[in-house]
Design a binder for this molecule. Sequence first.
Ligand code: ACO
Length: 345
Amino acid sequence: MSSSPAQRFKNPRARYNFLGRTCSITGVGSYVPAKVLTNADLEKMVDTSDEWITSRTGIKERRIAAENEFTSDLGANAALRAMKMAGVSAEQIDLIIVATITPDMPFPSTACLIQRKIRAKRAAAFDLEAACSGFIYGLEIAQQFIMSRTYDTVLVIGAEKLSSITNWKDRNTCVLFGDGAGAAILQNRPESHGLLTAVMGANGDEADLLFMPGGGSRCPASAKSVDSRMHYLQMNGKETFKYAVQAMQTAAQESLRRCELDISQIQCIIPHQANRRIIDAVADRLGASPDQLFVNLEKYGNTSAASVAIALDEAVRSGRIQRGDLILLMVFGAGLTWGAAVIEW
Ligand code: ACO
């Protein structure tokens, strides 16, 4: 029988449990659409091969939402599963934060649309946009509200219908992305340490590496913007790759330093599920062993803000994460943005 993390490590991390207040994840949930798009399917759509996609990314298939299935539907389904695990009713939710780059529409927020769908009538609701880093940004914001005693129960969702902004004629990008949603209920749980720290970062100087030019105030939708394919995601993959490795490494190390933890003390590392080679490179630089990693990108591809949220849910439900385990999340995305979080489960 292993001892609890609090017994194992010198640092009691008392500041994460001040005045009897913590920010714990009490429930997780995820939802992916039924339709599977395999690498073999993509071979029929663009000049690519299963061999190229698998060796360059690790992705074998991804999920694609139905035409009448939107980001709010994916997010609401994930939320209901997280609420069930936490034993939380819709009326108990104080705040809904939805991280997404593919909202149902520019406004109202997808958070408001999900509030309506799950009937969380008391909840305040807003979207946040930090691309693939959005879920960790959401966790940190939720923690601030909970620790300040503003709210007791916060629902954080990462949800994306990336297929709606994917250029299915561009083999450089269309093989990478998928649709899905993950959610977490955060609450004060005095008998736990919960979220120990969250690191967030951004570098707008590199905004041009990964972006969607059309649909905003700079380039509103027009016949010309549609003809010029401006409503699709565009990416400089090679440069993004380099930044991803560096940024996730730095964020992860900073989060561990703040908690006075060594990477060897982490039971489960959940990286942003963008590319197996990025994950392996970061793990190598951190000195992590492969069996510490949780990877599911072969099934879903890169689901942006939903990525680590879906993986966290799968890791918990499969028993890979046990109560008391230390978990490291690390993410990277457009903006550029990045983040890392350490959680005592
Ligand atoms: N099938 C076959 N060939 C392809 C494909 C494809 N799907 N895509 C590109 N190629 C070709 C290229 O055209 C190029 O050919 P060329 O040498 O004749 O010009 C060749 O393969 C090599 O291309 P590279 O770009 O050098 O391939 P690389 O090894 O860098 O892998 C990849 C590309 C997978 C995109 C990688 O750079 C990557 O993963 N980058 C990071 C992307 C990412 O993680 N984004 C995260 C943030 S997402 C968000 O925030 C929403």
